[in-house]
Design a protein around this ligand. Structure first.
Ligand SMILES: [Zn+2]
Length: 141
């Protein structure tokens, strides 16, 4: 908290006549900066020469921590979120003979982008699409 100074307030400043840090009365302000002060010891008026009160308080920047994607979560909602954020270019076009594994991203001609959440031997896979989970034919290893 910065105490707002104004003319008439008392500050300590270096006085060239006293060659010491003495109590001063503020004579003039420029904005919120003390401009001229009167030395209480010698009565001399001079420019305020003490940078101490203008020290900027360094505010600690609050970094927004990067949220790690819940990769272990197998809930459909989590997978749907991943699909929304997934890069369509990384998806493999769906093919009945495609070899897939859980976690693969596929591009289906009708359902669009999907993520494989389960495989059912010998030839089925469960895929989450934007509009729900579908069971598709595939080639399960
Ligand atoms: Zn003085």
């Amino acid at each position: 908290m910065n105490k707002q100074l104004s003319a008439g307030d008392h500050v300590t400043s270096k006085c060239t006549k006293c060659k010491d840090t003495t109590n001063h009365t503020i004579v003039a302000m420029v904005g919120d900066i003390v401009a001229r002060v009167e030395c209480n010891t010698c009565g001399g008026i001079h420019n305020y020469r003490d940078g101490a009160t203008k020290k900027r308080t360094s505010k600690s920047k609050s970094k927004t921590g990067s949220v790690k994607p819940a990769k272990n979560s197998r809930t459909e909602a989590a997978w749907e979120n991943q699909i929304n954020e997934a890069d369509p270019d990384a998806a493999t076009p769906y093919n009945i003979k495609m070899s897939i594994k859980v976690g693969d991203l596929i591009q289906h001609p009708n359902f669009g982008l999907g993520r494989v959440i389960d495989t059912i031997k010998p030839d089925k896979m469960e895929v989450v699409f934007r509009d729900g989970t579908k069971l598709l034919r595939c080639c399960v290893e």
